[in-house]
Design a protein around this ligand. Sequence first.
Ligand code: KIV
Ligand code: NA
Length: 266
Amino acid sequence: QKRKTILDLQRMKAEGEKITVLTAYDYPFARLMDQAGIDMILVGDSVGCVVAGYDNTLPVTMDEMVYHTRAVARGVEQAFIVADLPFLSYQIDVVEARRNAGRLMQEGGAQAVKLEGGCNVADTIRAIVDMDIPVVGHIGLTPQSIHRMGGYRVQGKQDQQAQQLLADARAVEEAGAFAMVMEGIPAALAAEITAVVGIPTIGIGAGVECDGQVLVIHDILGLCDKYSPKFVKRYADLAGTIRGGVEDYIREVRNGEFPGPEHSFK
Ligand code: KIV
Ligand code: NA
């Protein structure tokens, strides 16, 4: 099966075909969702929260993103792979941003990178696009800005904020991004932005009118039972499945049922 490219994703927007995106951080998950036919896989810095157990994404480093991206790339044949630039990897100056974007491609094996921000990162997006690395923007609720926002809060509810988000969306497109994530914004505003920009919009907590949808795999499979935002839908209960399997193993080892003769060598 042929690998999806930015051309496929642009065509999907033009033809009104929804773009499906999920996060993955390792080989087995990436392989399974690739086999299931996902269009795009995002190696998100959300890895810090759902894999490393951090409270937010700020502690995630470039080396960690490279490691997870490489693991994902090993498991994927057809999906388009996007890797997140983590906090502090693109904010200092465009030289560092270009170096780090390049690392996610060269060492990680990604086909594109994603970074957070709108008007404030337009020059950075342009600098990365100029070295022929496709960029995905990310506007609205940007988790690396948690301390400025004062928590994970829906953005663009007031008119002035909404105008700023429209300007951010235009700036991201103008800077040369080929797609953008819109997170945590009112559905009507997301619909308006999707209609005015020419590049695909991928929503998370942004309503049904976006060109595509993205969610964190651990959230939709019920692996994280700590906290779940309103926009998450649960499609499986892996927490229950895993706990059940582990409990069965513990019981069988304790009562001598495992290993049986079929698991033992003569
Ligand atoms: O890190 C991440 O998982 C993301 C998506 C939720 C958009 O940036
Ligand atoms: Na992210």
